[in-house]
Ligand binder design. Structure first.
Ligand code: PGA
Length: 265
């Protein structure tokens, strides 16, 4: 059984001291929840403060982006080697805000995912259709393309804990979360596309998170679905009480629905 992962994407919020203050309230609230993995993705300037704050706990720390090269004349960029030196273990790759505002393409997502894996960082590869694509019935085609290109040139044996996040663009920051049924269907598609690109064993063990307006109120119904292995949370992760409640809800959710996907995990 894949363990749930609750991941907080803090985007461009929280200074180092605000980040440290968050953990003073947050850590006591999640002390008993070993059945759920937790990862925080602060802005790069707050990574050292967060690493310091979670020392001695099982909370993982990730970066929100990285360049694929080890070093070079790339002003403003951060390399995987620099992330490793900070103590980061995970990295978001291809978040829709990077694709939308910073010209991230399927090809650069692939370069970053391959570089992360090569360096022993766990990539959290974000995929998802926008509103027009969903309205046009193109969700499956978009997800198939994004997954296939992201995984190009990656060997199944070297995936090292690879994670995907299904983040429909129309649900991010809009308050309009995808329903558990829509999400479950998309996650089954993504899992099958991973099997097509790598193999069924990797597809079965890969965690697929849902992201897009996850809140304390909808976390349990989403995390209760069989193919939803946790959540990537933006807005609702900024408040320690709200993130802790989502973790409690994920821990208490039950995955009992019958499995109908091609993969019987
Ligand atoms: P949201 O963001 O929870 O604020 O919708 C999710 C994300 O962008 O990862």
């Amino acid at each position: 059984m894949r363990k749930h992962l609750i991941a907080a994407n803090w985007k461009m919020y929280k200074t180092p001291s605000e980040s440290a203050t968050f953990f003073e309230t947050f850590l006591p609230l999640i002390r008993e929840f070993r059945s759920v993995d937790v990862a925080i993705f602060p802005s790069i300037t707050s990574v050292p403060a967060v690493i310091d704050a979670v020392k001695g706990t099982s909370v993982k720390v990730g970066a929100q982006d990285m360049h694929w090269m080890d070093d070079g004349a790339y002003t403003g960029e951060t390399s995987p080697i620099m992330l490793l030196a900070l103590g980061v273990s995970h990295v978001l790759v291809g978040h829709s805000e990077r694709r939308q505002y910073f010209n991230e393409t399927d090809e650069t997502v692939n370069l970053k995912a391959r570089s992360a894996i090569r360096h022993g960082l766990v990539p959290v590869i974000c995929v998802g259709e926008d509103d027009a694509e969903r309205q046009a019935g193109r969700t499956g085609e978009v997800l198939a393309r994004q997954v296939a290109i992201a995984l190009r040139g990656i060997e199944p044996h070297a995936t090292g804990g690879l994670i995907f996040a299904y983040e429909p663009v129309w649900a991010i920051g809009t308050g309009k979360s995808a329903t558990p049924e829509i999400t479950e269907t998309a996650h089954k598609m993504i899992r099958n596309y991973i099997a097509d690109s790598l193999n069924e064993a990797v597809a079965k063990s890969t965690r697929i998170l849902y992201g897009g307006s996850v809140k304390p109120e909808n976390a349990s119904s989403l995390c209760g679905m069989l193919d939803i292995d946790g959540a990537l949370i933006g807005g609702a992760s900024l408040d320690p009480g709200s993130l802790a409640t989502i973790i409690h809800e994920a821990a208490g959710s039950r995955r009992l629905k019958p499995r109908t996907s091609r993969l019987d995990v």
